[in-house]
Design a protein around this ligand. Structure first.
Ligand code: ADP
Length: 398
């Protein structure tokens, strides 16, 4: 290359190195390539990892002269496979290259191998319809362009590997955090059970019937707590790793709320609930999971707002259905609200059994439905949980 080529070399090098994302870099490389090399279509093929034959199309660009992208790729695939089989450049010109026929039927093809330090990774194919033929100088220029494409693919691969490693590290950190918290949470009830059992078993002390019952009651409650904790932990782990399947089907939302209320009232005798529905919609939901969310809210109202009436509103707001679950309990100080849906979070000084997993699980379930859950609370007045579910239902497969 001579001095006149330096601006072009510089432009290509800048395009490769200066864009944060490899796809953006590819677009800027293409912009430079278009201005320095004549072609109608270009396609990049990358070898599927571990294979030496099949090529997948990684990128295709038509710059004009009327061919559909599908046709470009089909033409390119054959020559790309030849480049890969022969591991070298392939130039193919039409047998009849007389200029007066329909030039779209006369592709002049140039296929070049893409190589990195790991060997052959794919091929780039240029097409010129009806010529002109590729001169030796142009072929050299195309070879230089191919090295720049190869550099971009190396970068793509490295970026993907870095992202995979970062994800693996984040997962590991989460698991370590999780193990630390869960060991602590499991030890607390286990400590009570062990303590009271040892006390009861002491041979040197006689306990009266009432004290014995009281201790056994504590052991029983703590065993229940332990059981609930383990259930919740398993459930939240499955939800977080997306391995808890959702069974979506049409569900009458008003009926689901009413049924859950009836079940909760059977369990919590003092629970007073009023329903205030302005719609009776059928939505796409997992009815078991959605009931679980409401059951958890009823259970919390019973635990944290005992004796206070609960009102459940159901309404439509624009393109979603809103459930407002309102209790007239003591409320939650505003500084704790942002953490309420976090795993294991409990308001400091909170009395009574609990794992801090209930609202976390609720949030995961609502989000799996494409919805949102939020909390509003005023000290001394009460707490409202607001659930918004999209009318269009969850986005499936996304
Ligand atoms: P858990 O009930 O096991 O502690 P949750 O995730 O269900 O866990 O709730 C987190 C915390 O939110 C509770 O510990 C409690 O402090 C607070 N909370 C939840 N619901 C209410 C409510 N209706 N009124 C007041 N505080 C509540």
């Amino acid at each position: 290359m001579t001095e006149e080529h330096i601006p072009e070399i510089l432009a290509l090098a800048e395009a490769v190195t200066q864009k944060p994302d490899w796809k953006q870099a590819l677009d800027s490389v293409m912009a430079v390539v278009r201005s320095v090399f004549l072609f109608d279509n270009l396609a990049l093929y990358i070898l599927e990892s571990g294979s030496s034959e099949l090529t997948e199309i990684a990128y295709a660009r038509a710059v004009g002269r009327g061919q559909s992208a599908g046709a470009d790729v089909a033409w390119g695939a054959e020559i790309a496979n030849r480049v890969i089989a022969q591991k070298e450049m392939v130039v193919q010109i039409p047998a009849d290259s007389s200029p007066n026929d329909d030039r779209l039927t006369k592709p002049f093809l140039l296929g070049l191998p893409l190589r990195t330090y790991e060997g052959l990774i794919g091929a780039v194919v240029f097409v010129r319809f009806g010529g002109p033929e590729y001169t030796p100088a142009q072929i050299q220029r195309a070879q230089y362009i191919a090295t720049q494409f190869s550099a971009l693919f190396v970068r793509k691969k490295l970026t993907e590997e870095i992202t995979a490693l970062q994800n693996a590290r984040r997962l590991l950190e989460m698991q370590e955090d999780f193990i630390a918290t869960i060991s602590h949470e499991l030890r607390t009830p286990l400590g009570f059970i062990k303590g009271y059992t040892t006390t009861l078993l002491r041979k040197d002390t006689k306990w009266d019937e009432e004290t014995r019952r009281e201790f056994l009651q504590i052991i029983d409650e703590e065993a229940d707590h332990l059981n609930e904790l383990i259930e919740n932990v398993l459930e939240s782990a499955r939800l977080q790793s997306n391995t808890l399947p959702m069974h979506f089907q049409p569900v009458r939302l008003d009926a689901l709320i009413r049924d859950t209320m009836i079940r909760s009232q059977a369990r919590y005798k003092d629970l007073q609930v009023r329903l205030d529905f302005s719609v009776a919609p059928t939505i796409t939901a997992d009815s078991v999971r959605l009931s679980q969310v409401l059951e958890n809210l009823f259970s919390n109202a019973n635990k944290y707002a005992p004796g206070a009436p609960v009102t459940v509103y159901l309404m439509q707001i624009k393109d979603f259905y809103r459930i407002r679950f309102v209790d007239a309990g003591p409320g939650i100080p505003s500084e704790y609200l942002p953490n309420l849906f976090q795993r294991f979070y409990r308001v400091p000084g909170q009395a009574g059994a609990g794992s801090g997993l209930g609202l976390f699980i609720c949030k995961q379930i609502i989000e799996a439905h494409g919805g949102k859950i939020a909390v509003e609370s005023t000290l001394g007045k009460g707490t409202a949980f607001v659930i918004d579910l999209p009318i269009t239902g969850p986005k499936l497969g996304g």
